[in-house]
Design a protein around this ligand. Structure first.
Ligand SMILES: [Zn+2]
Length: 403
């Protein structure tokens, strides 16, 4: 089976490389994915997928097979913007290929996986027709850069597609990634009483009320303990704003915005408790809240979600991780596991719904969102072999376990 699949992927090599080049050439900033979604949907039909459409949120969804084990491959196909200050050696939307490397926005984060999924699907249909022990959903998700997790949350919650297992196409440099730190955003607000600056003793300064809280948060960050394999959580004051009737008055409003990264054992509950304790210690009446992330998709659908993205991680012995390690050995001759530093759509699938999730894709995470995004085309070929074999490897394992 392995030889047959890998041989068929090899035969599609030129198609794979021109497909990823095309995906780079179609600009697809978050919220502006119409063109790329329509392109992907049409291609999946051309490649013989059983179904291909875009859902009410605007995600591209393809389907192959009708077997009992539901597997979802997800690659977000939106990218962050190119800014004026970035220095691109190769133009970001030209899709230039030099010495076996492709350059451009999205060449790491994370269009290659989408191309690989599509070609793997094409090969699966060519060889096996309708006879699969699994149902494979291939998702090109939108708006991930603005709202990690939300596109898949939408598919599971509103489109009623609930996979048993998920594979993410975020960059892993051909390692099997099995978790990530979670993250959340928090606002803390203090209020005071304004007064003329010339009579400041009559006022209560909201900024002064905030200062000891900020100092304690700085200390808290240093006290957070690492938990392997995800490492240490963190807390960062990312913004501070204040209001006063004029620049000659006592400030009566102050607000900080916090970025909190969470390791194993850190949840919304523990994070809120920590902060409430700080506030209590200072006998402060500061208010804590979790903001919502809001936006609008290319189809005009509004979304809003609490800015809480739970931590998730799976053991190396988990059948999904194990199946991926075996597939990696077969496809690229080696297998290594790891975790992401950044956040992914796994916050919805694994973090929120508890659906076992992993990642496997070419590209180095640290190059994401930079002008250095590059793809070694041969790595994409290897990843595509992985994608073609993985559903079988997983399905056989799950069947064995349930016997
Ligand atoms: Zn990404």
């Amino acid at each position: 089976m392995k030889e047959k699949l890998f041989g068929a992927v090899e035969a599609e090599k030129e198609n794979l490389f021109s497909l990823i080049q095309k995906l780079i050439q179609i600009k697809s900033y978050s919220g502006e994915e119409k063109e790329i979604v329509e392109f992907i949907v049409a291609k999946m039909i051309e490649f013989g997928f059983d179904e291909s459409y875009h859902d009410t949120f605007g995600n591209a969804i393809g389907k192959i097979g009708n077997g009992p084990i539901k597997i979802m491959f997800d690659a977000h196909i939106d990218t962050v913007k190119v800014t004026d200050t970035e220095n691109w050696v190769h133009p970001p939307f030209a899709g230039e290929i030099v010495n076996g490397k492709l350059y451009g926005r999205g060449a790491v984060d994370e269009k290659p996986a989408m191309a690989g999924f599509m070609i793997a699907g094409k090969v699966l249909k060519q060889i096996y027709g309708d006879n699969f022990p699994f149902t494979l959903y291939v998702v090109g998700s939108v708006l991930e850069e603005d709202a990690d997790g939300y596109p898949l949350y939408h598919i599971i919650q509103n489109e009623k597609i609930k996979p048993d297992y998920v594979l993410l196409g975020e960059p892993t440099d051909l390692k099997v990634y099995r978790g990530q730190r979670g993250r959340m955003e928090i606002k803390i607000t203090t209020t005071g009483k304004s007064a003329h600056g010339a009579h400041n003793q009559k006022g209560i300064n909201a900024i002064y009320k905030m200062m000891p809280i900020v100092a304690k948060i700085e200390k808290l960050d240093k006290k957070l303990k690492p938990k392997q394999p995800l490492g240490k959580g963190s807390i960062t004051v990312s913004n501070i704003t204040s209001k006063a009737p004029s620049l000659c008055s006592v400030s009566d409003f102050c607000q900080i915005h916090l970025d909190r990264r969470m390791t194993i054992g850190e949840t919304k509950k523990t994070v809120m408790k920590e902060l409430k304790e700080i506030i209590k210690k200072h006998k402060s009446d500061a208010k804590i809240s979790i903001p919502n992330v809001e936006g609008i998709g290319w189809k005009g659908t509004n979304f809003s979600q609490e800015a809480y993205f739970p931590t998730w991680v799976y053991d190396e012995k988990h059948p999904l991780v194990d199946a991926a390690m075996k597939t990696s050995k077969a496809a690229i001759g080696k297998a290594k596991s790891g975790v992401w530093s950044f956040s992914t759509n796994g916050v919805a699938t694994a973090g929120h719904f508890g659906i076992p999730t992993i990642g496997f894709a070419p590209g180095k995470e640290e190059l994401a969102h930079s002008s250095k995004e590059e793809l070694v085309l041969n790595d994409l070929l290897k990843a595509t072999k992985f994608y073609s074999l993985f559903p079988f490897e997983l399905a056989s394992r799950i069947k064995r376990r349930s016997l």
